[in-house]
Ligand binder design. Structure first.
Ligand code: URQ
Ligand code: ZN
Length: 499
């Protein structure tokens, strides 16, 4: 089935971010070739016809934030790029964006090449790489220029947390943002104050708080909010577009919303975890349950947070959804059984993001089906310069499509999910909105519960710099919005002599 070159999807309702319509879709050689009412293609042996009556035909999801094969403690990892992308397509996601993260003092290009060597033979859907900037020098600047010009990277992530590991200071942020602006890239930030976290963690441990609740207590909302505001200020001072990854708190989301209303070019990315569950889990009496939710920034104990983030997502204060999928089994989390600072950070999400956003966003009446497509796919494609190749069902677009049953339900469980991790943070959640068929690159990779994904079938998607969606305002401002000196008569009076 995976080798079929032609697919005709009949009788469904296409949902793009700007329009829904009852039309058929014809796919050939990995591309959408035709769209129209009652398309009439003669059936052949190499054609699959899918009856989508009563179903939605949507652009496959783009998960803007994954960490597959994340090399914690050297080379150990739980989910490689095959396992991760299989879980993605099982959930209706057809493209993932991962992070190449160099250690401080090491080459960004080597990290990029390393991540590509891991991903290329493994991915079963298309992918791209953001690259992290974890230190600063002229060499880093040159490498960013090369990555943007020759390697298809138009987004760089800076960590304001993880002191001594990945964290950069304000001057380094300023320099990295300036470089992003000059090369037409989007600056991404992990927004948390790493110095405050380090001090807070010492304080919690000194109080005898060693369990996962200490993880949230040492980095409350304001620690995320302060860094978010600082990143917005620094980015704005160099007129650089900013993308705040994993927005976890109401306060941080409000800062992004205000910045957007002031006209700043800022985007916020809540994640499935933050939209589907909350930080009360850190107080769970079962250590394994509580530790399974540890991630940075943490989930927030205010139980109204997920709905609030969804509301901001619905009205364009926040822009896209990712997952920060970075999974660890209980025996790996247990590295921190006596000290929460040693619990590896990260949760699942890549498989369940689409269903969680549908359930909590669309089924609950907060957003409509078109906004669902915007926040799960199209906006990511626009921001990262892949639109309309990705994020849209249109003639000429990549055939990355999910056929969605909005009425069916499924119950999320670690017993049935396609991820390698032994815990699912959405365990027991009943979700309306079920992916029936996922088509990635013109191949049926998932159908009615059966995976038919082949490792290496996905492609690396290079992205050009200066995406219009992000940069047209930025570049225009450069031309018209520069401060000018006041022309005065020179002062010719007396000047005191300093002793
Ligand atoms: O912070 C991240 O983005 C990665 C490195 C780890 N995952 C997490 O806890 N958010
Ligand atoms: Zn992060």
């Amino acid at each position: 089935m995976a080798s079929l070159k032609k697919i005709l999807i009949k009788g469904g309702k296409i949902v793009n971010d700007d329009l829904s319509a009852f039309v058929d879709v014809y796919i050939e050689d990995g591309l959408v070739k035709d769209i129209g009412i009652s398309l009439n293609y003669s059936e052949s042996e190499d054609m699959k016809v899918i009856n989508a009556a009563g179903k939605l035909v949507m652009p496959g999801g783009i998960d803007t934030n994954t960490h597959f094969q994340y090399p914690f403690t050297g080379s150990e990892y739980l989910e490689d790029f095959f396992q991760g992308t299989k879980a993605a397509v099982a959930g209706g996601t057809t493209m993932i964006m991962d992070f190449a993260i160099p250690k401080k003092g090491t080459s960004l290009i080597e990290a990029f090449d390393t991540w590509r060597s891991w991903a290329d033979p493994k991915v079963c859907c298309d992918y791209a790489l953001h690259v992290a900037v974890t230190w600063w020098s002229d060499k880093v600047k040159k490498e960013m220029e090369i990555l943007a010009r020759d390697k298809g990277v138009n987004s760089f992530k800076m960590f304001m947390a993880y002191k001594d590991l990945y964290m950069v200071n304000d001057v380094e942020l300023y320099q990295a943002f300036t470089c992003c602006k000059n090369i037409g890239a989007i600056a991404q930030v992990h927004a948390e104050n790493g110095d405050l976290i380090a001090e807070g963690a010492k304080k919690m441990l000194s109080l005898g708080i060693t369990g996962p609740e200490g993880h949230e207590l040492c980095r409350p909302e304001e620690v995320e909010a302060e860094a978010t505001q600082r990143a917005v200020t620094i980015a704005n001072s160099v007129n650089c577009p900013l993308f705040v990854v994993h927005v976890m708190s109401k306060t941080s989301a409000k800062i992004i919303a205000n910045a957007r209303r002031e006209g700043k070019v800022v985007f916020g990315e809540p994640i499935a975890a933050g939209l589907g569950t909350d930080g009360t889990n850190y107080w769970h009496v079962d250590w394994c349950h509580a530790a399974a939710h540890v991630m940075g920034p943490p989930l927030r104990p205010d139980p109204t947070t997920p709905k609030y983030l969804m509301q901001l997502l619905a009205n364009d204060d926040l822009s896209v959804t990712g997952t920060d999928n970075c999974t660890f089994n209980t025996n790996q989390k247990a590295l921190g059984k006596d000290d929460f600072t040693k619990i590896p950070n990260g949760v699942n999400g890549v498989e369940d993001r689409m269903s969680v956003v549908w359930e909590k966003g669309v089924h609950s009446g907060i957003m409509d089906e078109n906004r669902f497509v915007a926040v799960t796919s199209s906006n990511a494609a626009k921001i990262f310069n892949m639109y309309p190749r990705k994020g849209k069902i249109a003639v000429g677009s990549d055939a990355d499509i999910v056929i969605w049953d909005p009425e069916a339900t499924r119950t999320i469980s670690a017993k049935t999910h396609h991820q390698a991790v032994n815990f699912n943070i959405f365990e027991g959640m009943v979700c309306h909105g079920v992916p029936l068929v996922t088509i990635a690159g013109g191949r049926v990779v998932y159908e009615n519960g059966i995976l038919n994904a082949v490792q290496g079938h996905g492609k690396y998607i290079p992205r050009k710099p200066f995406p219009d969606y992000v940069y047209s305002r930025v570049l225009q401002r450069d031309g018209v919005d520069q401060p000018l000196p006041v022309h005065r008569q020179p002062y010719e009076g007396e000047v005191i002599q300093l002793k």
